[in-house]
Design a protein around this ligand. Structure first.
Ligand code: C2E
Ligand code: MG
Ligand code: MG
Ligand code: MG
Length: 292
């Protein structure tokens, strides 16, 4: 219920971030001006298909290039942006920017890439998401099939008619839907089919422990099996090493994302990454794999 009470939410935020009220006030007023001052940037992290070893997509991840504090990670300002409502215009900017970038890569002749964009629950409640998505697609000229929206279980768990109606409209537009950080929320099999989700992103907490911890491995395996029987794709996040990758192959996970294949990088760096890796990947995947 703290979410409905601005004061206590902000206090919680302060404690979590270990900042005082003055600092928070500064963050908040900075956040309000950050969009027009063009202080937000997107980074892109590659997603690799495990059977073809191709780069099949990228997740767009926001950063705030703060004039005094330097590059701020999303974990340090998304909550504040959500509580203050700034996440709605910020989220619209992310959608448009990500779509524009994906369209540019497409135009530059790179193979098909699906761009994944994170959505906040607040965008479902307060924003006109359907309109923002349509506008981003129209303005960028991106094919709806090249856009994937990452939802969290917390969005679907609300299961309200409003959320359901919005998700249906988004599916009608033709975008893909995935569930982020899967396995950490209140998972219900019912909503997976109800919302016609396409993909599950297995949370990195399970992925990162799966080599050493049998319980985590069992969870990852079970998620993949369940996804297969429901006709959903799976992607594991937070893949940092070869052993984890081997285990995910064994379990027939479809795709991976993580430091092992690439950290989040600027759009320019990602273009270079694509031209260096995509050719090697498609012509001889072994070369690419062994060179790491
Ligand atoms: P997420 O959507 O689960 O994104 C994955 C996070 O895991 C990213 O952190 C990424 O840098 C990190 N990561 C990827 N591979 C690895 C790995 O191999 N090892 C480890 N240790 N970490 C890895 P990041 O970029 O700091 O983003 C954090 C969260 O902020 C995201 O988690 C997402 O929930 C949120 N976020 C980012 N961009 C946006 C946005 O545009 N809108 C909204 N609403 N939330 C966003
Ligand atoms: Mg995500
Ligand atoms: Mg995630
Ligand atoms: Mg996460």
């Amino acid at each position: 219920q703290a979410k409905n009470d601005g004061r206590s939410t902000y206090r919680f935020y302060q404690e979590q971030m270990n900042i005082d009220a003055v600092e928070q006030h500064q963050m908040l007023s900075g956040l309000a001006k950050a969009l027009e001052r063009q202080e937000f940037v997107l980074q892109f992290q590659p997603q690799i298909d495990l059977s073809s070893r191709m780069v099949i997509g990228a997740e767009a991840l926001i950063r705030w290039q703060h004039p005094e504090r330097g590059l701020i990670a999303p974990e340090s300002f998304i909550a504040l942006a959500e509580d203050s409502g700034h996440i709605v215009p910020i989220g619209e900017w992310v959608l448009l920017e990500a779509c524009k970038q994906a369209a540019a890569w497409r135009k530059a002749g790179f193979p098909k890439l699906v761009i994944a964009v994170n959505l906040s629950a607040v965008q479902f409640k307060r924003g006109n998401l359907e309109m923002s998505v349509t506008r981003a697609l129209t303005e960028s000229g991106l094919d709806p099939d090249d856009l994937e929206l990452e939802l969290t279980e917390s969005i679907l768990i609300q299961n309200t008619e409003q959320v359901l109606a919005t998700v249906r409209k988004l599916k009608t537009i033709g975008v893909r839907l995935s569930i982020d950080d899967f396995g950490t929320g209140y998972s219900s099999l019912a909503y997976l089919s109800r919302f016609s989700v396409d993909k599950l992103k297995i949370d990195r907490s399970f992925v990162q422990n799966m080599v050493d911890d049998a319980g985590s491995a069992a969870i990852v395996r079970a998620i993949i099996q369940m996804a297969k029987s429901l006709n959903l794709k799976t992607i594991a996040e937070g893949v940092e090493d070869e052993n984890t990758l081997a285990r995910l192959r064994l379990y027939h996970c479809d795709a991976v994302q993580g430091y092992y294949y690439g950290r989040p990088m600027t759009a320019t760096e990602f273009s270079t990454y694509l031209s260096e890796n995509q050719v090697a990947l498609s012509s001889n995947s072994a070369i690419w794999r062994d060179s790491r």
